[in-house]
Design a protein around this ligand. Structure first.
Ligand code: PXL
Length: 254
């Protein structure tokens, strides 16, 4: 059986973070393993507190797991600290991790920071160059490039700028673009745009599930463009059947 590793934060609601990543891997027939980088106290209405796993223990988790189960693909989610980011970079090299997907998680849907301010630079400098692909949303792409993304032209500029940071490819997810829901893929040569109708309401965990479908698809041997198309379809259908489990945001259903 193919295996995929998620290195991410815990979201007790199950809608985002490690819990959502593992559920996504499972639903695609991939065996999921997980190393926790941070904990959150949250529900469907918001994130109330964040606790990052101490670097020494974080490192131990990765060594124990990776010396035993080499993943066919891996992804990162909420890593929180620059120390933890540097540890991930070190282990990706040490264990020759392939199909490494970086979801540069920065804030929760409600606006709570899920990364230290000073760690943004570390993420771009140490993790982006190791990545098969990175999956920022429009907000994150703006943050990393300084480009205020308003339309598809700005998205292309940001994708080109992000490619310069060293990943093999870039996927900017544009569910939050005004009036359009557009995802843009760029591999340094060609652009691929995928558009769909805007769905009303607030959904929790779309970014985590999107990057997890990409990761599981790479583990299964699909190429990156096939993985992007699968991820878009998977998230859309999970949004269409989303369920109001708690009092706040709807949860993806798949
Ligand atoms: O959706 C981004 C995200 C990632 N990881 C964790 C989260 C969230 C959003 O709340 O809680 C742990």
């Amino acid at each position: 059986m193919k295996t995929a590793l998620t290195i991410a934060g815990s979201d007790p609601t199950g809608g985002a973070g490690m819990q959502a990543d593992l559920r996504t891997f499972r639903s695609l027939g991939v065996y999921g393993t997980g190393v926790i980088a941070a904990l959150t106290a949250q529900n469907t209405q918001g994130v109330y507190e964040v606790f990052d796993v101490p670097p020494v223990f974080f490192s131990r988790q990765l060594d124990a797991l990776l010396s035993d189960i080499p993943p066919d693909a891996s992804k990162t989610g909420m890593l929180y600290s620059s120390e933890n980011i540097k540890i991930v970079a070190e282990k990706v090299r040490l264990y020759a991790i392939k199909n490494f997907v970086v979801d540069p998680v920065t804030v929760s849907s409600g606006g709570t920071p899920l990364i230290e301010n000073k760690a943004l630079e570390a993420m771009q400098k140490y993790l982006f160059p190791l990545a098969r692909t990175i999956t920022p949303n429009i907000y994150e792409a703006s943050l990393f490039t300084g480009i205020n993304i308003q339309d598809d032209k700005d998205m292309k500029k940001a994708a080109m700028a992000l490619k310069e940071s060293g990943p093999e490819s870039v996927i900017i997810t544009g569910g939050h673009l005004k009036e359009r829901a557009l995802d843009l893929f760029f591999d340094g040569k060609e652009f691929l745009s995928l558009e769909n109708e805007i769905l009303d309401g607030e959904y929790h965990g779309t970014g985590c599930v999107f990057s997890s479908v990409i990761t599981a698809s790479l583990a299964l041997g699909f190429d990156i463009k096939e993985a992007v198309v699968k991820a878009k379809d998977f998230v859309l259908s999970a949004m269409r059947s989303a369920v109001p489990i708690g009092k706040g945001m709807k949860m993806l259903n798949f």
